[in-house]
Design a protein around this ligand. Structure first.
Ligand code: UTP
Length: 287
């Protein structure tokens, strides 16, 4: 079955980016000149996704507005002959059809995904955490879909982390290797303080089958009293099969200030219209 739907859980409070997120959603925080959510939506569109579902909450209206028409703005831009900007604004509004579902209580990432169950239907789907921004030649969602098309089972994205950093992530217990990058998932240890089972961490891109939705319905609340997506994935890994894929690309955790800053520097150096300026700024710093 084709993966044509992507679920974006965007109901979190984003406390690590306060005060920026006091009155704007975390996903609307900008990386250079685009909100984080736009990078993530562009990634899935480039991967062939046709339907986007936002699992949203109160005070997230700015997200809906960002992907809608803005008649006053378009009128102004047209009047001022700012045609390139006008086209860009229209492109954003027409990027995709978005369905919104509400997570009324923030009961965890797993619960947020479960809220999208009816909207997804009985088909495989991608889950995208938009504060993980990934710079890569092939969109990571496309890399994962390619793996799903071969395995027909859930595939989660994995990233190598330095030894000293394993205690900050969910670290997988790798099983049988399919190839250099693809492996079966045996288990996962959340933020291991010592003896991590590997140096491969789970990050915010998943292709999931309905087995995971079914598991989410039945698992008890986990860490922090929340319904955890990883608990459901591990349940499926035990009963059936789940794969981990060590993707190609560089990931930035834009849900915290350090990651956001690092991403801004890297993206500025990648962008043709900014590279020279960014280089001059960096060279001119007397550190
Ligand atoms: P985070 O752990 O980053 O939580 O959630 P958060 O609230 O967004 O941010 P901090 O930690 O307070 O700074 C990971 C993803 O899961 C979503 C978030 O929106 C984010 O995309 N999420 C989390 C939900 O949609 N609902 C929840 O109940 C929890």
């Amino acid at each position: 079955m084709k993966v044509r739907t992507a679920v974006f859980p965007v109901a979190g409070l984003g406390t690590r980016l306060l005060p920026a997120t006091k009155s704007i959603p975390k996903e609307m925080v900008t990386l250079i000149d685009k909100p984080l959510i736009q990078y993530a939506v562009e990634e899935v569109i480039a991967a062939g996704i046709e339907r986007v579902i936002f699992v949203s909450a109160r005070s997230k209206r700015a997200l809906e507005d960002h992907f809608d028409y803005s008649p006053e703005l378009e009128y102004q831009l047209e009047g001022n002959n700012k045609n390139e900007l006008l086209e860009e604004m229209k492109r954003i509004s027409e990027m995709c059809d978005i369905t919104y579902v509400r997570q009324k209580n923030p009961k965890g990432l797993g619960h947020a995904v479960l809220c999208a169950r009816d909207a997804v239907g009985r088909e495989p789907f991608a889950v995208i955490l938009p504060d993980d921004i990934i710079m890569s030649k092939t969109p990571v969602t496309a890399q994962l879909i390619e793996q799903f098309n071969q395995t027909k089972k859930s595939v989660i994205s994995l990233m190598e982390v330095p030894e000293g950093d394993t205690s900050k992530y969910g670290i997988v217990v790798p099983g049988e290797k399919v190839n250099d990058r693809l492996m079966r998932l045996e288990g996962m240890v959340e933020k291991p303080k010592e003896n991590p089972p590997s140096n491969l961490a789970i990050i915010g891109r998943y292709i999931l089958t309905n087995e995971v939705m079914d598991a989410l319905e039945n698992i008890p609340r986990g860490a922090g009293g929340e319904i955890q997506l990883t608990d459901a994935i591990l349940e499926v890994a035990k009963q059936s099969r789940v794969y981990g894929y060590h993707f190609e690309g560089k990931r930035f955790d834009c849900g915290n200030r350090f990651g956001l800053f690092e991403a801004a520097v890297n993206f500025a150096l990648e962008r043709e219209d900014m590279r020279e300026h960014a280089m001059n700024v960096i060279k001119g710093m007397q550190i």
